[in-house]
Design a protein around this ligand. Structure first.
Ligand SMILES: [Zn+2]
Length: 398
């Protein structure tokens, strides 16, 4: 490597001095030693031509303010992986709010098809039984109760912090989807009401506890999705309660996650009221939301497999602030794909010694992903071109 090139790699970015990984570090992170030649090719052939390097972090990006170690394939297998086994191999998506205000049913079913392709070999079931068990029981613990307490910050500040408006907001660093510490709600402007056009924010911790109890026997993981706004509540040392609105909350050891669509909605209204929108506006929102949901849900489920934020290449597992979310790619980089495929294929065998015995699953997954993305009527045009090119290239190697 020439000196100028080496100097570029030595540059550091952000608070924690992030450095771009060297090509040798990327290849080592793939950990392809001991695999069949065909598997190696299907995962990594010509990867520099097909996969983008990790984006150089800029002001406001996740990597400027968060320390990330990067998880190699070997680290994943040795210590982080939650292994799939044949008796627990179903991904359950529990849509708690069954009304289709935000995403139409027919579009939501495309998400399920995409998940079946993304997590090829796993079953994906949708539970869609309405929200009554979740919302009514939370009334006793709603934002109204918080009026008695001092809650830090107020909704005026947070009003600007939605996904649409935050693109150039430097103060957005804490406002990410990763650590769920997004925004603080104000009790005064966010009072619960019985008016039918308002949605009650729900306690995310309680939702998560309920979902844990509902885990079906054959579940690998359970992912709850709701269109009410959700919040977490912390008791501070001074006895006050801190309430923070959040996008989601997860428990990786329990493999349960709850995720709110509310703040993914470009028209999210911080006073809880639903805006009257035309049919056309609603449809447009559906599409924006749909893309955000697909990115969020695939990544959340990857976390349930023990995968961590990717720092090697441009990848759906890159740490992401809200403003970066809409530019996020839907596909995994070769390192993360290698982790996922090995776990799914091992299916109960000793993963530390497992070698992928039917490598064509990698190729088949690309085809399934391409077909699933085609259902989204033009929403993934660039991605489709990428999958077509990758598939054509891999065909020549098989
Ligand atoms: Zn990756």
């Amino acid at each position: 490597m020439k000196k100028e090139e080496k100097d570029e790699y030595d540059k550091t970015y952000g608070l924690f001095k992030f450095k771009r990984p060297l090509p040798s570090e990327i290849e080592s992170a793939m950990g392809l030693v001991g695999e069949s030649i065909l598997f190696k090719k299907l995962i990594s052939a010509d990867y520099e031509r097909f996969y983008d390097p990790i984006k150089i972090p800029e002001e406001g990006d996740w990597l400027m303010t968060h320390k990330e170690y990067g998880q190699t394939y070997n680290e994943y297998i040795q210590k982080d992986c939650y292994q799939v086994d044949p008796n627990h191999n179903v991904i359950y998506i529990h849509r708690i709010s069954s009304n289709d205000d935000l995403i139409k049913d027919e579009l939501f079913h495309n998400v399920i098809t995409l998940l079946e392709a993304f997590f090829i070999g796993m079953k994906v079931y949708l539970i869609d039984e309405g929200n009554s068990n979740y919302i009514n029981n939370n009334n006793e613990n709603n934002i109204e109760n918080s009026n008695e307490n001092n809650i830090e910050n107020n909704i005026e500040n947070n009003g600007e912090n939605n996904i649409e408006n935050n693109n150039n907001n430097e103060n957005n660093n804490e406002n990410n989807i990763e650590n769920n510490n997004n925004q603080n709600n104000d009790n005064n402007d966010n009072k619960q009401s019985n008016e039918s056009n308002e949605k009650i924010p729900i306690n995310a911790d309680q939702l998560l506890e309920k979902l844990k109890l509902e885990m079906p026997e054959d579940a690998y993981c359970l992912f709850g999705i709701i269109d009410n706004d959700i919040y977490t509540e912390t008791l501070l040392p001074n006895g006050k309660r801190l309430i923070k609105a959040t996008y989601g909350k997860r428990s990786v050891p329990d493999r349960v996650s709850i995720f709110s669509l509310a703040r993914f909605d470009p028209f999210f209204n911080f006073n809880g009221k639903i805006k009257n929108l035309s049919k056309e506006q609603k449809y447009k929102i559906s599409l924006i939301l749909l893309k955000r949901v697909c990115s969020a849900i695939t990544r959340e489920i990857c976390y349930m497999f023990g995968m961590k934020n990717c720092t090697f290449m441009s990848c759906c597992m890159n740490g992401t602030n809200v403003a970066e979310f809409d530019n996020k790619q839907i596909e995994l980089c070769p390192i993360c794909l290698r982790k996922l495929i090995t776990n799914i294929r091992a299916n109960g065998e000793d993963i530390k010694t497992y070698r992928v015995k039917k490598p064509l699953i990698v190729y088949n997954r690309f085809v399934r992903m391409r077909d699933a993305l085609e259902n989204f009527s033009g929403l993934y045009e660039n991605e489709l071109k990428w999958f077509d090119a990758r598939i054509e290239f891999l065909k020549t190697l098989i």
